[in-house]
Write a protein of this length. Structure first.
Lengths: 116, 111
């Protein structure tokens, strides 16, 4: 299995809702990432997990709450979002965090979020 | 902080034309360099990467890129593009545990 699977593919939520995005990989990768991509813009790093521990938080608002229950799963919990948070949320994984000869990120197809 | 610049925002070519997309980065230390491609409606895919060694790297689908350290550049090339190469192309730099993307170049290839 060489894929990163993200669910749901599409999500519409109101500003008072609580929802979660899920990401799963079975490649034995020990680093997992959340990126946010607005239309016609590059992906922007949000969080990095290394060995199930949060290692990088790019000053993301607390209405986004990541969770890494185990080495294969990564969640992004959403609460009290704003319409400007509407975007494609990409999950990625790599053999480990940091730069090294083996560190190539594999991306999922993304979850397209619309906040009304 | 490191950054990545892609100066070509939108490139339009006819099939069989040659392609070169520019990428410059700013970071003084050791970097790993990548080109990713995002076909319409699909996820980001790795085209090629540079970690060390031969500065001319070859990737999938006939793409290649050359790392020129003195110019902080990692330009992407393909001698003859196809309609199926229509996509968004992102240069990326991995430094300090972060993969930072350039702004992207939209390539449209017409038959």
């Amino acid at each position: 299995d060489t894929e990163v699977t993200q669910t749901p593919k599409h999500l519409v939520m109101g500003m008072t809702n609580k929802k979660s995005l899920k990401c799963e990989q079975h490649m034995g990768h020990r680093a997992m990432y959340w990126y946010k991509q607005k239309a016609k813009k590059p992906p922007e790093l949000m969080f990095v997990y290394s060995y199930e521990k949060l290692s990088i938080n790019e000053s993301v608002p607390s209405r986004f709450s990541p969770e890494c229950p185990n080495s294969s799963l990564l969640n992004l919990h959403l609460h009290a979002l704003q319409p400007e948070d509407s975007a494609l949320y990409l999950c990625a994984s790599s053999p480990k965090a940091g730069w090294s000869g083996a560190n190539v990120l594999t991306f999922g197809a993304g979850s397209r979020l619309t906040v009304l | 902080a490191q950054s990545v610049s892609q100066h070509n925002h939108h490139v339009i070519l006819s099939e069989a034309a040659s392609l070169e997309l520019g990428c410059n980065y700013s970071y003084g230390g050791t970097v790993n360099l990548f080109w990713y491609v995002q076909y319409p409606g699909q996820h980001l895919q790795l085209l090629l990467k540079y970690f060390s060694g031969d500065p001319l790297v070859k990737g999938i689908k006939g793409f290649e890129a050359e790392f020129i350290k003195s110019k902080f550049s990692f330009n992407l090339r393909k001698p003859s593009v196809q309609w199926s190469d229509t996509a968004e192309y992102f240069c990326a730099v991995n430094a300090n545990d972060k993969l930072i993307f350039g702004t992207g170049t939209r390539l449209q290839v017409f038959p």
